[in-house]
Design a protein around this ligand. Structure first.
Ligand code: AMP
Length: 402
């Protein structure tokens, strides 16, 4: 199967060939024809499956024809949970639209609103946005949706986790009824299903990995260790395995800063990325990591959400996430688009319950390995798979990006 046979225009196929894509990924094979047929789509796909191209490519083709966009209007809207993901989706659009006439822009909070208002003045074919900033721009009449043809909710599960449900509903009320809706989510909780019922009409359902399953090509390991030895073990394994590019997850912003400092002091160049860092600092850290200037990026879950670093070989969970679904997202950063990867979790005795929850969610017992010299004094109890069904989570209070 090739991109041409999916019904994509030669201009678009050329841009993909220049980018080195030879064949569509499974999600692309399923989603592209359905979107071209103007169907609503509900897709279960994690980051790393090629989902962005899965909706952007047919969108470019659909928008190629049709009316020219009016001032301050948008023809397609892609809603995403975080600034990083917004920037990333926009940069993918830029590449895929290299030979297409579609215009696009990206808006998110944390940076000045004026340049974004200016960029919207002449209207855009595709607008990528985080919900809070989009609503601000709309309230200032900088963006209008009367001619909107396509809505995408990307990483919908994360948007709900971050409390964006009310903002999403507010945005939905502003849109014309007659539009195509595309819903992408890594996991399909009952809450997402409820949102889908309000959003999509008779959708084509596309799934490339069963909900909540962890990427198959990711080799997962738990390294049991005492809490006090975690930092030493982290630098030990980075050196031992000669990891040239590794994403380390920390549960807290403070922890991320501290770890980056400790690693750098040991000669392992590291940068931290989290919500308290300015947009500029986050972009620089990500750029340095992608280009190999910084070997280790220490990130919190929200900051790392959706980071697109092609073929990231290693992910280390310095501490386990409190929300088990975040484990699936974290390790989804590795083994992207067919490559293999390794996800290591440093787990101390206090975290046993979190480990159990993750193993229950992902329906597996993760292989453990004791590292020489780091044998824990406080042992980690053996895991036994808990196969009781998982109750849906209660929605969180709303939180908005400004
Ligand atoms: P995504 O799941 O959209 O975050 O994409 C994950 C990664 O896969 C990105 O680095 C894309 O550039 C890459 N990718 C997407 N589609 C393809 C393809 N058909 N062939 C090779 N790489 C791809």
């Amino acid at each position: 199967m090739n991109f041409h046979s999916l019904g994509l225009h030669q201009n678009i196929v050329n841009a993909l060939t220049e980018k080195g894509y030879t064949a569509p990924t499974p999600i692309q094979q399923k989603a592209i024809p359905a979107i071209l047929e103007r169907k609503d789509v509900m897709a279960a796909a994690q980051t790393g499956t090629g989902k962005t191209a899965g909706f952007v490519l047919p969108m470019l083709q659909r928008l190629h024809n049709g009316t020219k966009v009016k001032n301050n209007h948008a023809r397609a809207l892609i809603l995403v949970p975080t600034r990083e993901l917004a920037a990333q989706v926009a940069s993918s659009i830029k590449e895929y639209a290299l030979h297409s006439p579609c215009s696009h822009t990206v808006v998110f909070g944390g940076v000045s609103i004026n340049p974004q208002m200016l960029a919207l003045r002449k209207g855009v074919d595709i607008l990528v946005a985080t919900p809070g900033r989009l609503l601000d721009l709309h309230s200032q009449n900088a963006v209008k949706f009367q001619n909107l043809e396509i809505l995408v909710l990307d990483e919908a599960d994360r948007m709900l986790d971050m409390g964006f449900i009310h903002d999403i509903k507010r945005v939905m009320k502003l849109l014309p009824n007659n539009r195509q809706n595309l819903l992408f989510s890594a996991t399909f909780s009952d809450q997402i299903k409820a949102l889908a019922r309000e959003l999509v009409n008779d959708p084509v359902e596309v799934s490339v990995t069963p909900a909540n399953s962890t990427a198959e090509k990711v080799e997962q390991r738990v390294y049991p260790v005492d809490k006090t030895k975690k930092s030493a073990l982290l630098s030990h394994i980075i050196k031992q395995e000669d990891m040239q590019q590794v994403l380390v997850f920390s549960r807290t912003k403070h922890g991320a800063n501290r770890l980056a400092k400790q690693l750098t002091a040991k000669g392992l160049v590291a940068a931290a990325i989290h919500g308290n860092k300015s947009q500029g600092a986050r972009t620089t850290a990500l750029h340095n990591f992608k280009t190999g200037k910084v070997r280790i990026l220490v990130a919190t879950d929200i900051a790392a959400r959706g980071l697109d670093i092609a073929q990231l070989p290693f992910v280390i969970n310095y501490d386990l996430p409190h929300v088990s679904e975040d484990y699936v997202h974290r390790i989804g950063r590795t083994a992207r688009a067919g490559a293999s990867g390794k996800a290591i979790s440093l787990v101390c005795q206090d975290e046993f319950k979190l480990l159990k929850d993750i193993e229950r969610l992902t329906k597996q017992v993760i292989t453990r390995q004791i590292i020489d010299g780091f044998d824990p004094k406080e042992g980690l109890p053996e895991s036994k798979l808990d196969d009781r069904p998982i109750k849906p989570k209660k929605p969180k209070k709303p939180k908005r990006f400004k």
